[in-house]
Design a protein around this ligand. Structure first.
Ligand SMILES: C[S@@+](CC[C@H](N)C(=O)[O-])C[C@H]1O[C@@H](n2cnc3c(N)ncnc32)[C@H](O)[C@@H]1O
Length: 266
């Protein structure tokens, strides 16, 4: 499956900031609780973006681990390196395209993690088998992604605003099904942990900022909804009207993120 997708730094960081400001739970804290982390580990974070998870592991393990992050986006890697420099360059970041063989020997890592990225892989069995290959025996793979019930309110507002069916999203349409099954087939033990985080918006603006960043990030997936900047602004105007109506009716807007953390042992 060919997935046309390119994360931009500003869209990703806008969404991360909105989660931090309006969410009631902290996903990084939850990950640290679920993950079997220990000092001395060798960790690879695939699709590391601006390095959020790498820096969280580094702080949690007081710097006593070998942590690498790989991503296909040079722009996000540059952002990660900026932060890395401030922290004494303790993480090693490099270009990694998970649609190609990973440039690492077999059995290198104790933990491979991949947050909100695996569902952009063109060939899921290939990417997951690469993750499996570079893990040591007994090592863990941890992935996060949206469950089918994720962000229902977001999709309902868009549906009401446009009168159109939502196109299948690579995340919610593949994560709990194809991706979970592939991991189950390859690994000896698999557990799924659920993280629910309601984002409560006290006015429509942050919801609209989130929607803007989300639709523009995934613009190629939404190409039946908009092609040009004008179409995009037209859709955003309709979404604004519906969000305003819902807000007046309910007094607030609540969008619940439902994330599945798949923890697998090789
Ligand atoms: C939603 S972001 C998540 C980033 C980071 N893990 C986080 O949670 O902040 C998805 C990431 O997947 C990366 N990605 C997409 N396609 C990729 C590929 N073929 N190989 C490696 N990374 C890829 C993007 O560049 C982006 O950094």
């Amino acid at each position: 499956m060919k997935i046309d997708y390119k994360e931009t730094t500003s869209d990703l960081l806008t969404r991360i900031n909105i989660h931090d400001a309006y969410g009631s739970r902290d996903i990084d804290k939850w990950m640290l609780e679920v993950l079997p982390l220990a000092q001395g580990m060798t960790i690879l974070d695939v699709g590391c973006g601006a390095g959020k998870q790498c820096f969280s592991y580094l702080a949690h393990l007081s710097g006593k681990a070998t942590i690498s992050g790989g991503d296909v986006s040079e722009e996000l890697l540059a952002k990660a390196e900026e932060e890395n420099a401030k922290l004494g360059n303790r993480v090693s970041f490099q270009t990694l395209n998970f649609n190609q063989p990973f440039p690492f020997p077999n059995q290198t890592y104790d933990l491979v993690s991949c947050s909100f990225a695996i569902y952009y892989a063109e060939d899921i069995p290939f990417t997951i088998s690469e993750m499996h290959r570079v893990l040591k025996p007994g090592g863990n793979l941890f992935t996060t992604g949206p469950m089918p019930e994720n962000k229902q309110m977001f999709y309902e507002v868009i549906k009401e605003a446009t009168g159109k069916e939502i196109p299948p999203m690579p995340g919610s349409s593949r994560y709990a099904s194809e991706i979970y099954k592939t991991i189950k087939d390859l690994f000896s033990e698999v557990k799924i942990h659920i993280f629910e985080n309601p984002l409560t918006f006290p006015n429509v603006e942050p919801f609209l900022a989130y929607t803007r960043a989300s639709l523009s990030e995934d613009r190629l997936l939404w190409n039946t909804f908009f092609q040009t900047k004008e179409d995009f602004e037209d859709i955003m105007a309709k979404i604004t009207d519906v969000a305003q109506k819902w807000f007046e009716r309910d007094g607030q807007l609540v969008m619940t993120k439902v994330v599945g953390g798949i923890l697998a042992t090789k």
